[in-house]
Design a protein around this ligand. Sequence first.
Ligand SMILES: Cc1cc2nc3c(=O)[nH]c(=O)nc-3n(C[C@H](O)[C@H](O)[C@H](O)COP(=O)(O)OP(=O)(O)OC[C@H]3O[C@@H](n4cnc5c(N)ncnc54)[C@H](O)[C@@H]3O)c2cc1C
Length: 458
Amino acid sequence: MKSYDLIILGGGLAGMSAAVEAGEQGLNILLLEKQDELGGSTVLSSGYMAFAGTDMQEKAGIIDSTESLLADMTEVGGRINNQTLIAEYGRHQLETYQWLVDHDVEFRSLEAVSGHSVPRGHIIDPHQAIQSLYKRVKQLANVTIYFNAPAKRLLKNAEGRINTVLYEADGEVKKAIASKGILIASGGFAKSEELLSQFAPQLKGALRIGGAGNQGDGIRMAWEHGAWVKDLPYLNGTYGFHPSAAGKLKSQGLAFYKGAIMVNQLGKRFVNESISYKLLGKAAFDQPEQISYQVWDQTVMDKGVLDDPLYDFELLKKRRLLYKADNLEELADCIDVPVEVLEETISRYNQGVQNGEDPDFGRKTLTHNYGKPTALEKAPFYAFESTVAMLATYAGVSVNANAQVVNPYGEPIPGLYAAGEVTGGFHGAGYMTGSSLGKAAVFGRIAVQAAVSENAVV
Ligand SMILES: Cc1cc2nc3c(=O)[nH]c(=O)nc-3n(C[C@H](O)[C@H](O)[C@H](O)COP(=O)(O)OP(=O)(O)OC[C@H]3O[C@@H](n4cnc5c(N)ncnc54)[C@H](O)[C@@H]3O)c2cc1C
């Protein structure tokens, strides 16, 4: 049986950040990846990362601070997110951004998205990010990666410390042992129908998009050893996907954060479109036949951002996913909603924008506390049928600020760490765009630092 300092389960952003951090600290590392490639949900993601006070923001003239980021996160999380984890994120976020830059991860632009008071969604190309970290790992002789090697179970030693992983490789069950700890970085369970039906039955009709290996293995392994879980009751999908969306094809558009409205099959608005897309998804699911459309005009169209994963409306048009019409009558016909209702909906919305007061749903901004809506009056008009996708389960095993997995009494389970989407407690009852990738990188590295300083023995 081979012995290592640290064993990492999963090669997404959390696992790869941990592997590089640990490798550079000279630890002897094994990373087990279930699939035949790295990346998990990370490489399918839109690549937004929530950081504040960066050089990119400064260059763009955006005033932001860690305090403002944490205040937004807390508000978005319904004030029930674990403040110790939020504070730890705050302590490490800027340094983690710089660490990623120093490891050749390219940040290309900034946008305001769900939950942000200012543009602070720092966009990476997630493939490029994983490949950069992998390149670094390959330079480190002390880091070994096994592909097609799913971890199956964890075992404790005689002192009750988790120190052994049972994993499969080449058709056999093998064992590996770790002296400083085992870090679960195996992502969420967006691809497990069994766990989704258990913990999020409300998302039965949602599309499933996520890493093929993300089946909740890490939650099960930790649960077996007494891990507590957090935030499961707050799971929501993400609104804004075309019903045909699947996997790697980009069929997502968040025109509502640039000023579109959402209407149901009756031609009526049903929600304040500036709130979290997770909550928009919940509202959309309550509509007749769960059908809804984003509707916008040329002014909003012109705010699209080419090559942006969420705001490239031209790409949606090119892919023939948008309805386009010269007037509202034609648009209503395209999407089969009553013309007079759609016209009345838009006229009432426009009046609200002009009066600075949305009488129906209280919309004041484009997203969260950012931006001003505009009247929808400039032809042509567009409609994008949109639905909800379960992408990231962002609820799971409970951890402390050292990324140690804790039991229902908040006590660390010796030897066991977790980081990334497999963990719960950080998001609380809501979700800020960019906080999943952010927490993966931040807490992946924190887990390593904590395992090193714990200095445990087998
Ligand atoms: C379409 C989409 C868009 C998204 N957009 C954003 C965004 O813009 N911003 C944001 O912050 N978040 C976004 N997310 C969420 C974000 O991508 C994930 O939460 C984050 O990447 C999780 O990182 P991770 O390292 O924890 O897990 P993953 O990246 O999912 O990596 C987990 C890895 O563990 C492996 N694994 C699983 N089980 C085992 C096992 N038993 N043994 C060994 N390996 C195992 C998996 O195969 C996988 O490679 C998006 C997600 C999706 C799907």
